[in-house]
Design a protein around this ligand. Structure first.
Ligand SMILES: *[C@@H]1O[C@H](CO)[C@@H](O)[C@H](O)[C@H]1NC(C)=O
Ligand SMILES: *[C@@H]1O[C@H](CO)[C@@H](O)[C@H](O)[C@H]1NC(C)=O
Length: 275
């Protein structure tokens, strides 16, 4: 009996490993190389508008997870015709992939950046926008954000992935000079988190030090992910991530996967070192 059981387990192990490898190798990202930053902004708007239409048709809402800095600016074409009049903004749900633990009116807040540059210009209901609840303790902010996500999952506003993490429709990500995404840095333990949905960091190598961030299991449960890199200075990082160069520790941006489709948006200069 015990012997048969061991044999079964042996076959499960032998068969399961190649299957999971085969699946992983099918997850090739789409790489779009645009002539200029302006063209990339146009392409990103069309891509986002298409996904908005698809998911609103499919499930009645469109959950979008924002980052900070340049990405809000790259989303600017969505604020103009035809997109600003054709997108059903009332169905958008807005989250943040990471946030600095500062008050929401602080110039360093990703929420403030997104509000000033984007959210204040489109009619997304305020109740559909989910910024952090500011508190001085980053640990408490992370617990609070995670419990609010759990509530949205319980209410079936956000679906659960097969691996039991919240499944967002679209996550928009930038990449740092060190290859970080969200606030998941190469030399920090947060990038290896496997259980929590949201974690925190108090010594981010990029200021300001206290932040919260979605974890890799959540990011990689998203249906669609756009990795947007429009910076010649990041050409080497992009080439290493997409060319499969061995980097130790590995680059967080090279570990991003999406359930449906991962799309890199690059301009010619940023893609110049790709083989
Ligand atoms: C968006 O949808 C239109 C119309 O279906 C299609 O022609 C276009 O290729 C799509 N664009 C992207 C970026 O997916
Ligand atoms: C769409 O953008 C145009 C150009 O900026 C603006 O004139 C118009 O009022 C906007 N429409 C809506 C519904 O936001």
């Amino acid at each position: 009996m015990g012997h048969t059981m061991n044999l079964v387990l042996f076959f499960v192990a032998v068969i399961a490993v190649p299957i999971s490898l085969a699946l992983a190798s099918n997850e090739k990202p789409i790489v779009r190389i645009l002539d200029s930053e302006e063209d990339a902004a146009v392409a990103l708007a069309e891509y986002t508008a298409n996904l908005s239409e698809k998911y609103i048709k499919q499930k009645g809402s469109f959950s979008v997870v924002l980052s900070g800095a340049n990405l809000i600016n790259t989303m600017r074409k969505l604020l103009k015709p035809r997109y600003n009049t054709t997108i059903d903004w009332s169905k958008w749900l807005i989250f943040w992939v990471d946030e600095r633990v500062v008050p929401l009116d602080d110039p360093l807040s990703n929420y403030k950046l997104a509000f000033d540059g984007f959210l204040s210009k489109v009619p997304i209901p305020k109740s559909n926008i989910f910024p952090i609840n500011y508190n001085k303790s980053p640990a408490d902010v992370a617990v609070d954000y995670e419990s609010r996500l759990k509530k949205l999952v319980d209410e079936k506003i956000i679906p659960l992935s097969a691996s039991k993490f919240p499944k967002f429709d679209l996550i928009l990500l930038g990449v740092g000079f060190d290859g970080h995404v969200a606030s998941l840095f190469p030399n920090r333990p947060q990038r290896y988190e496997k259980k929590r949905w949201v974690t925190f960091i108090t010594d981010s190598p990029k200021p300001p030090p206290p932040r919260i961030t979605l974890t890799f299991p959540v990011i990689n449960s998203a249906s669609d992910i756009a990795l947007v890199v429009l910076d010649k200075g990041k050409a080497d990082i992009v080439a290493a991530a997409l060319g499969g160069a061995v980097v130790t520790p590995s680059l967080p941006c090279a570990e991003v996967k999406a359930e449906e489709e991962l799309t890199w948006f690059l301009d010619k200069d940023t893609a110049s070192k790709l083989k």
